[in-house]
Design a protein around this ligand. Structure first.
Ligand SMILES: *[C@@H]1O[C@H](CO)[C@@H](O)[C@H](O)[C@H]1NC(C)=O
Ligand SMILES: *[C@@H]1O[C@H](CO)[C@@H](O)[C@H](O)[C@H]1NC(C)=O
Ligand SMILES: *[C@@H]1O[C@H](CO)[C@@H](O)[C@H](O)[C@H]1NC(C)=O
Length: 350
């Protein structure tokens, strides 16, 4: 029927009275109104995942080469990507090598995703170093225009010639200075031949409920205020992957950050996978704190470039999905439930 005749019919229909009974009727699902999360437009990295440093671990894969972008050299320094024979981990094989003028403060600078908000609060961070250095490292947040230090901390080095060492720090700010800020990590070069390598350089503001590797407070509060009943994760095209091999792999986004390689996302940027399956589901961070029902999405055998896994090749993926479900729900006597139980001691529930 044409819209015009439908409208003229509608005007001829007399008023209808509807009375609604208080009981009876059918049970409706409790899960009609909720959230769907997909890593898109930096909704995770640079979004709800509170990490402030962009490209913190020079991650890359066969589809996306590692890059220094957006890091720049600080002071009279040369910086380049390096692939040491002793990588930080097999998941994070690429680091940044820094060398420069003796006696000068040199290092690396990072502008964050959309800037780094400086507020009166305590930031927590860490970085890994390879190479011998006696002295202090300095971490600072500086005005991106003038370079003026807004807050800084010195961290005594306990680095080593032959091994990677982790350095942790706390950075206190007592000022509000806006977003136009660079993070810098510097040291004073002791010799012109000295090269230090850095990797997994991380900085977090206070997170929702003060979780390690946590989520942004303001965005979590906004989600909570929506009063959702479920959360569907992970989302859409980004789960599928663009080309064969690039699907979302649950077993690569659990465990320590040094063991997460990240992946080429479907939305034209590399996913750090710092926001991984345990942050979604297990460490009490996301679905529990929102008090929503988790709805887990599984890969269906289709890549975005149109590649479809033929039916006789699906078994591997079906098993993989069953392993994932066992990882999330199986008890510690099951193979994958035991893996979760081992991780849960490191990432305790609330
Ligand atoms: C979000 O991402 C898509 C895909 O990369 C892009 O086409 C779109 O312009 C982005 N939107 C915004 C607001 O950045
Ligand atoms: C801050 O970082 C941006 C982007 O890397 C850079 O262009 C700018 O020169 C930096 N500011 C200072 C003062 O070094
Ligand atoms: C605030 O920071 C400035 C610069 O670091 C410092 O001089 C001052 O003592 C600090 N004030 C307080 C109350 O911590």
């Amino acid at each position: 029927m044409k819209l015009s005749s439908l409208l003229s019919l509608a005007t001829k229909v007399a008023a209808v009275t509807i009375s609604v009974s208080k009981d009876g009727g059918k049970d409706a699902s409790r899960l009609q109104y909720g959230l769907m999360f997909e890593e898109i437009n930096f909704s995770g990295d640079g979004g709800i995942y509170a990490e402030l440093i962009r490209n913190r671990a020079f991650q890359g894969d066969e589809f996306t080469p590692s890059t220094l972008d957006p890091w720049t050299a600080f002071g009279p320094a040369d910086i380049l990507l390096s692939y040491l024979t002793t990588p930080l981990s097999s998941a994070l094989p690429t680091s940044v090598a820094v060398k420069g003028k003796v006696g000068e403060e040199i290092g690396i600078s990072n502008p964050g995703y959309c800037g780094i908000d400086v507020l009166p609060q305590t930031y927590k961070g860490s970085f890994w170093v390879f190479g011998d250095y006696r002295g202090d490292f300095k971490v600072a947040l500086r005005s991106a225009s003038s370079g003026e230090i807004l807050t800084s901390v010195n961290i005594p080095s306990h680095s080593n010639t032959h091994a990677w060492t982790k350095h942790e720090f706390v950075l206190d700010s007592n000022i509000t200075a806006g977003y136009k800020t660079n993070f810098t990590l510097t040291f004073v070069a002791k010799s012109s031949r000295q090269v230090l390598n850095f990797n997994l350089i991380s900085l977090f503001p206070p997170t929702y409920n003060n979780r390690e590797n946590g989520l942004r407070r303001d965005l979590m509060q906004s989600l909570k205020d929506l009063n959702p009943s479920f959360m569907r994760i992970p989302g859409g095209n980004n789960l599928q992957g663009e080309v064969p091999g690039s699907r979302w792999k649950w077993n690569e986004i659990i465990g320590d950050l040094v063991d997460r390689p990240g992946r080429t996302g479907a939305w034209r940027y590399y996913n750090t996978d710092g926001l991984g399956l345990i942050e979604y589901m297990l460490s009490g961070q996301w679905y529990q704190e929102l008090e929503v029902e988790p709805v887990l999405i599984l890969w269906a055998g289709l890549y975005l470039d149109g590649t479809v896994i033929p039916e006789d090749g699906l078994d591997f993926y079906v098993q993989d999905a069953l392993h994932e479900v066992e990882f999330l729900t199986g008890d510690a006597s099951t193979e994958y439930g035991a893996k979760r139980a081992a991780l849960a001691t490191k990432h305790p529930l609330k």
